[in-house]
Design a protein around this ligand. Structure first.
Ligand code: IMP
Ligand code: MG
Length: 198
């Protein structure tokens, strides 16, 4: 799969180290505000790898739920307003809530989800994103914790997908441009493989 990347943006080792740092910063924050238990809300599908690794670094009790949001529809730019496909089930009233997402791009997703969570009147609400794209946001939203700030490229790997592919890549990278068109994805890859493996 790595051969499908034009460039590696964040290595597997750098992800691992940064998540350990984020885990201790978050644990320290919650200790400071007297929270023995938090409720982590993960925006799926993109944040599943990040959330799985990050939550295991928290030395706290964690309740977990997911909100499923879609806006990309197999493109490399958001094509619709973020749409909530599946809501959370947990009650957040008076809970310490940590919202986890893979990447902040236009800011629309994080803005929409934080508004929904805030309406439930949590005791605290913090946001943590693995990646923050350097481009100007469509809405002003500042995450409390950021793993890495990256240039404005479309990236895949470690939970981030292109047309539901590459989520299982252990690093994060820029997909080669000829692979970014879904109808051509299979054809472009076949051209490269020996006939015996097609
Ligand atoms: P936003 O609403 O534009 O901030 O985008 C947030 C969502 O879009 C993220 O949760 C991702 O699922 C997706 N997204 C944004 N940028 C990328 C990217 O470069 N690669 C893959 N998915 C992305
Ligand atoms: Mg996505």
């Amino acid at each position: 799969m790595k051969q499908d990347l034009a460039q590696i943006v964040v290595s597997e080792e750098d992800i691992r180290k940064r998540i350990i740092e984020l885990g201790s910063q978050l644990t320290a924050l919650y200790r400071k505000i007297g929270a023995e238990e938090i409720t982590a809300i993960c925006i799926t599908n993109g944040s599943i790898m990040f959330a799985a690794d990050l939550l295991r670094q928290l030395n706290l009790h964690v309740r977990m739920d997911c909100v499923r949001v879609s806006s990309y529809k197999d493109e490399d730019r958001p094509v619709t307003e973020p749409e909530i496909i599946d809501q959370i089930r947990l009650d957040l009233t008076q809970q310490h809530v940590l919202l986890v997402d893979d990447i902040l791009d236009t800011g629309c997703t994080l803005d929409k989800v934080t508004r929904i969570l805030r309406a439930q009147k949590p005791a605290s609400l913090h946001t943590c994103v693995l990646l923050n794209k350097k481009r100007r946001k469509q809405v002003r939203v500042t995450p409390d914790f950021v793993g890495f700030t990256i240039p404005d490229h479309f990236v895949v790997g470690y939970g981030l997908d292109f047309a539901e592919r590459y989520r299982n890549l252990p690093c994060i990278g820029v997909l080669r441009s000829e692979l970014q068109n879904p109808p051509n994805w299979c054809a472009a890859r076949k051209d490269e493989q020996p006939a015996s493996r097609r």
